[in-house]
Design a protein around this ligand. Structure first.
Ligand code: FES
Length: 350
């Protein structure tokens, strides 16, 4: 059956067309033609795939959550591309650049060698890769902006996941990823059971626009779970460029077994005189040197009543982002000073 014509307009002014059948979601239809839209849960619950439809209509079925796509936004034409199927030809505006849908994917494909994989807590792994030259014989630097992500392939499969780097670009092309384990996740199973040092891995990227904005204001970084990764990369980027601006990192987990990366964060604090760490556990043990409670509450306490309106970088689960946005609004921090990325345990898939 002939599909509907989907005309896509990107933030950088580029555009492209693809055909999508009424039976497919826009993301699935795009994938059938080699395009990779940005998405997270793929189930209509996280909002990562939200785009604006300016012409035509779609069918959302039952799946689009009212939490992430309230009635007011639906009336403005917003749709969730992971669950919306076209009812007619469409014109869609994307809040990101054409390169982020893999339009240039040939230009950004490369390979890496596995340097190591270790468990950091009951729920988190550190996965280290080294970017290689085109022939795969030599380590080679990979340029990226702290805060960006790569799509990583499980060797000998067509399974991809997207993860943010926690490292910064270096001459040897070494990269670090902090990855949350899921009980039955394919990537988690690969990291637990099948990864081998020296193995070659395909990757695409770097992608993403969740990066540091130039500013003289105080910066607050609020992280939940492995949403810590892009924020640590940004802080390391500040250290690398001798950006001595005042920065606060608020990071929390539930209990001591799930907490990770404390030593690395303490080292970063030592290297950055104007960085203040605020580490939290909801249920700490007696020997916990950080604070009790949530990172979001810590963020509120730090700035409440001070008159300081920091730039705020937020990465974590949807609920944590919403709670931090609420605190930002209570503190009077303007929307233009809030930069967010939802961390979804399943990552983006390709
Ligand atoms: S709502 Fe579409 S990817 Fe999560």
């Amino acid at each position: 059956m002939k599909g509907h014509k989907i005309h896509c307009i990107f933030d950088d002014g580029n555009s492209l067309d693809f055909d999508c059948s009424a039976e497919d979601s826009l993301i699935t239809g795009a994938e059938k033609q080699g395009l990779s839209f940005v998405f997270g849960c793929r189930q209509g619950v996280c909002g990562t795939c939200k785009v604006r439809c300016t012409e035509g209509s779609v069918n959302h079925g039952e799946q689009a959550s009212l939490d992430v796509l309230p009635e007011e936004e639906r009336e403005q034409g917003y749709i969730l591309s992971c669950v919306a199927s076209p009812r007619s030809d469409l014109v869609i505006e994307f809040p990101y650049d054409a390169v982020d849908v893999g339009v240039d994917s040939d230009a950004t494909s490369s390979i890496a060698t596995v340097l190591g994989c270790e468990q950091l807590s009951t729920t988190v792994f550190r996965y280290r890769l080294q970017h290689m030259s085109e022939e795969g014989s030599q380590p080679e630097a990979l340029e990226f902006i702290p805060g960006q992500y790569m799509e990583l392939n499980i060797p000998e499969s067509d399974y991809w996941r997207a993860f943010s780097m926690s490292s910064v670009p270096d001459e040897k092309g070494e990269m670090e990823f902090i990855i949350r384990l899921q009980d039955k996740g394919k990537f988690s199973n690969y990291l637990r059971d099948a990864v081998k040092v020296g193995q070659q891995v395909k990757m695409n990227g770097p992608y993403g626009q969740f990066t540091l904005e130039p500013s003289n204001r105080v910066r607050a970084f609020v992280a939940g779970s492995t949403g810590l990764a892009p924020l640590v990369s940004m802080l390391r980027g500040m250290a690398l460029t001798n950006d001595n601006g005042e920065a606060h990192l608020f990071f929390g987990m539930g209990d001591p077994e799930t907490f990770f990366y404390e030593e690395e964060l303490r080292q970063l604090e030592k290297a950055m005189p104007n960085l203040k760490l605020h580490l939290f556990l909801i249920s700490p043990a007696d020997d916990w040197s950080g604070e009790k409670g949530s990172a979001v509450d810590g963020f509120r306490k730090q700035f409440d009543g001070t008159g300081v309106l920091p730039d705020v970088y937020i990465c974590g689960p949807d609920g944590m982002i919403k709670a931090t946005e609420q605190v930002c609004s209570e503190l009077g921090i303007p929307a233009e000073q809030q930069f967010k990325e939802i961390f979804v345990a399943s990552g983006r898939t390709k």
